[in-house]
Design a protein around this ligand. Structure first.
Ligand SMILES: NC(=O)c1ccc[n+]([C@@H]2O[C@H](COP(=O)([O-])OP(=O)(O)OC[C@H]3O[C@@H](n4cnc5c(N)ncnc54)[C@H](O)[C@@H]3O)[C@@H](O)[C@H]2O)c1
Ligand SMILES: O=C(O)C(=O)C[C@]1(C(=O)O)C=C[C@@H](O)C=C1
Length: 356
């Protein structure tokens, strides 16, 4: 059976950022998606954006249910879905897996049709308006098998991940929760601590904020209501990670007594840490070369810049756009393979662009 038939029709419960994005990806692939949300207007907005229909399905015909509600409600909504859709596989996209599974097991339900999952893709924005069918493209999507789950259930969740364009990876629920404490929940809290610190800084000083500050505080803008629930669901894995960061902070403060000898090794460890992060398509991390190009605030400037880079015959690996509100210009940071930096720089300068 092909993936579309395997999942047609699908129900999405909770049509915020994640649910509407799943709906949009499956709808684009050709699956009929039925949308439902505790707040009817969220489901209606998701419908308007092409994530599916708010029409009710025939419960017996439903082949997959994707639960994308906030963490605290997940176990109850998953349990109800198992009861209401007797022939469906049920998955959820919650950020913490162990607690939800334990809560479901405590209900005594047959969990052979439930397989938890977690796409490692999202944003600091909530709600269906920020949803995109491309949210999961080339992202890792973890599944967390347990003793009762059947192969038929796992097949449907794998089909979901493929249709969303993501990369499947399996973890035990416990391993998953330890891993996300390290690579998702700790970074979130560190970003929050940094952003919180800004509240005590004079606004005249904040005028000097550059890209570095924006980089480390982006995710601090995420919904506190959602993150409170994520943290509460993973405190055991998170506590030792935060304690380790506290020890590193103390080490950094102590190093200031002898910066010439003691700061550099810590900075180098930071560089080494960034190299641990996998690169595109799950490949090993790659050190890209970066160029920053000034973009005037005129219509079509960005499109022209992309054309000029394409004309130089170089592949853009990543981009980041920032605006200087004082000078009314933008800056495009372009990542290219290291060997191509000089070539693109020369081509851009020759085409009249200002590199900074
Ligand atoms: N935001 C991210 O970056 C991200 C990434 C991966 C996974 N997740 C997980 O995905 C889930 C959803 O997160 P989100 O960012 O889409 O949140 P969101 O706030 O954008 O959407 C949640 C939606 O669920 C609805 N809802 C709440 N309780 C409900 C209930 N009992 N029944 C039906 N609908 C209900 C809300 O009205 C809302 O529309 C969370 O469990 C979160 O841990 C989030
Ligand atoms: O890109 C972001 O904004 C995210 O923080 C997404 C992110 C993460 O990568 O940590 C956040 C929480 C989720 O559970 C999964 C993904």
């Amino acid at each position: 059976m092909n993936d579309v038939k395997e999942l047609d029709p699908t129900v999405v419960l909770g049509t915020g950022l994640l649910g509407a994005s799943v709906g949009a990806a499956l709808t684009r692939a050709g699956v009929t998606v039925h949308l439902s949300d505790a707040v009817l207007s969220h489901a209606r907005v998701a419908e308007t954006l092409g994530a599916g229909t708010t029409a009710k399905p025939d419960p017996a015909a439903v082949r997959l249910v994707v639960v994308a509600t906030p963490p605290r409600s997940l176990a109850a909504v998953i349990g109800e879905a198992l009861d209401r859709y007797p022939n469906a596989a049920v998955t959820d996209v919650g950020s913490v897996k162990g607690r939800v599974l334990r809560q479901l097991q405590a209900t005594g339900r047959d969990l052979s049709r439930y397989l938890g999952s977690h796409p490692m893709a999202g944003s600091q924005h909530s709600g269906p308006v920020s949803a995109s069918p491309d949210l999961f493209c080339d992202r890792t999507w973890a599944v967390t098998p347990h003793r009762e789950v059947t192969e038929a259930t796992a097949d449907r969740v794998r089909a979901l991940i493929r249709l969303c364009g993501a990369r499947y990876v399996a973890f035990t629920p416990q391993e998953h929760d330890s891993a996300v404490a390290q690579v998702s929940h700790l970074p979130q809290l560190v970003s929050v601590l940094m952003a919180d610190h800004l509240l005590g800084i004079p606004s005249s000083h904040l005028a000097l904020a550059g890209q570095g500050l924006r980089d480390v505080t982006r995710i601090a803008g995420s919904d506190p209501g959602l993150w409170e629930q994520i943290i509460a669901g993973n405190v055991d894995a998170l506590r030792p990670e935060l304690e380790a960061v506290r020890a590193h902070l103390d080490e950094m403060i102590a190093a200031l007594d002898d910066p010439t000898h003691r700061v550099r090794p810590i900075l180098q460890r930071g560089v080494n840490g960034t190299r641990q992060i996998p690169g595109k398509h799950g490949a090993p991390a790659m050190d890209y070369g970066h160029l920053v190009i000034e973009i005037p605030d005129t219509p079509g400037a960005l499109a022209q810049l992309f054309r000029d880079i394409a004309d130089a015959g170089v592949n853009i690996e990543d981009i980041d756009i920032q605006h200087d509100l004082v000078r009314q210009v933008g800056y495009l940071e372009v990542a290219v393979e290291p060997g191509h930096v000089r070539e693109v720089s020369e081509a851009m300068t020759a085409a009249g662009w200002k590199l900074t």
